[in-house]
Write a protein that binds this ligand. Sequence first.
Ligand code: ATR
Length: 277
Amino acid sequence: MADMKKAFVCGHPIAHSRSPKIHGYWLRAYGIAGSYEAIDVAPADAAAFFAGLAQKGFAGGNVTIPHKEAAFAAAVRHDEAAEAIGAVNTLWFEDGALVGGNTDAAGFAANLDEHAPGWAGNGPAVVLGAGGASRAVIQALRERGVRDIRVANRTVSRAVELADRFGATLSAHAVEAVPELLSDAGLLVNTTAVGMAGKDADGPVADLARLPRHAIVTDIVYVPLETPLLAAAKRRGLKTVDGLGMLLHQAVPGFERWFGRRPEVTDQLRAMIVADM
Ligand code: ATR
C-alpha cells in the first residue's frame, strides 16, 4: 500500500521493547494501515541508520538505549524537551527535515496527572538517580513548576552535573542525605535501576520512614510493576504510582505525529501489556 505509514523503534538490544505492542494495539484499535517494527541497530551503525530513514520510507520512530544521544546528533532540529534533556526518544519529519523530540518528560507528567492529580503542588521533590531517565524526570518537574528539586545519586558528581545543567531549582546530594531530604518532601521519584527485575540490588532504594503522610512515591521502573520501593511505600500507607503509565504515555506524541491520530492510554492497553509481563 503506497500510503501505508511506517514507524520503528531502534535500540540495542531491542527484543524486550514493549513499544511494538503498544503501537500495534493502537494501529489495530483505530484501523490504521500502518506498521511499527523493532530494529536492532548496533552502536557503530546508528548514524548511518538515522541518515537513511527517509530513503527507507519511515515517517519516524522511537529511539531507546543506547541511541538517544546519537539520535539527538542526527536530528537537524529538536523540541524544547529534547534540547533540555540532551537526548531524543522520538523522531519525525517536518518538511523533509529530521526532527528529534523527547516525550519521556511529558510521559512522566501525564502518568502522575492520571494517577495522582495535583502532584506538582505537593511539595519538594526528591529524585533518586542522575542518569538519562533522571534528566527527563527533572525536566518534567521544572515544566510543572516544582521549585525545590533534590537529586541524590550514588555518584554525587553526576548529581552535581545535573545541578549545573538545570540551575537554581535543583540541588545535588549524596545518598546518605536522603532520609533528611525526605522529611518535608511531597514527591519521591526513583530513576535508578534499583528494584528492577534481574538486577542484583533488590531492596527498596531508600528508607521511607521520614517521608510525610501526604507524599507521593513513584518509580520509573515498571518490571516488576510493584517495585520494592513502591511496596514499602504502600506498607506505610503512602500514595504510589507505578512506572508503566510513563511508558504508555510517552508513546502518545510519536503515534500522533506518524499516524495522524492522537491515541488514548486505556485500561485495556495497560492490561494487555501487564498480561504480557
Ligand atoms: P538511565 O538512562 O536509565 O537513567 P544511567 O544513565 O545508566 O541509566 O543511570 C543509572 C542510574 O541508576 C544512575 O543514577 C546510577 O547511579 P551512578 O550514577 O552512581 O552509577 C543508578 N544506579 C544504578 N545501579 C545502582 C545501584 N545498585 N545503587 C544505586 N544507584 C544505582
